[in-house]
Design a protein around this ligand. Structure first.
Ligand code: 5GP
Length: 159
């Protein structure tokens, strides 16, 4: 382990097991529907890939990239869209796939932004949740792990 990494919060085995369960749950909840997974770049790309492989219903993908952190590695509250969706989500069942929800500012902005595009439904799936840092309330429909207030890296999350 690198010397600047203090501890392992979530092991590979824990990830695999939890993501399998989330995929099963999502497949069951969206039975009979097509689902559009929207991966939030860059942090969520590995999670999205692993999650998608555990979902057994027809799935489409699109991506958004937003800027969240400045040099200070703290949420600024200012969200800027760096890359927008390629397809319209109007009338579609949309699931936002995030790596981690911290203050909730990024997700809150994204949720409202996507809601305004009139999807048939809009839900949120995050791998990690740091509820102790929340500044705005957000609804998390699928959540992998609740973690303490620590800056986490690995599995595609920015370092
Ligand atoms: P929020 O707007 O909820 O404060 O922050 C959300 C975004 O900040 C996440 O999508 C993620 O990109 C980044 N982020 C928040 N906490 C962490 C962390 O502990 N590690 C890393 N690598 N990124 C984080």
């Amino acid at each position: 382990m690198r010397e600047d990494i203090k501890e392992i919060l979530v092991t590979e085995e824990m990830l695999g097991e939890r993501i399998r369960a989330m995929g099963t749950e999502i497949s069951r909840d969206y039975q009979g529907k097509d689902i559009c997974l929207i991966g939030i770049l860059k942090g969520a790309f590995i999670f999205l890939g692993d999650l998608a492989r555990e979902i057994s219903i027809p799935t489409a993908f699109d991506f958004m990239a937003v800027s969240s952190y400045g040099a200070a590695t703290r949420s600024s509250g200012v969200v800027r869209i760096l890359k927008d969706l390629e397809e319209s989500i109007q009338g579609k069942h949309v699931l936002i796939v995030e790596d981690i929800v911290d203050t909730g500012l990024t997700l809150s902005y994204l949720y409202d932004n996507l809601k305004n595009r009139n999807p048939a439904s809009l839900k949120v799936c995050t791998l990690l949740d740091k509820p102790s840092r929340r500044k705005v309330p957000v609804q998390l429909d699928y959540r992998g792990f609740e973690i303490p207030d620590a800056f986490v890296v690995g599995y595609g999350l920015d370092y």
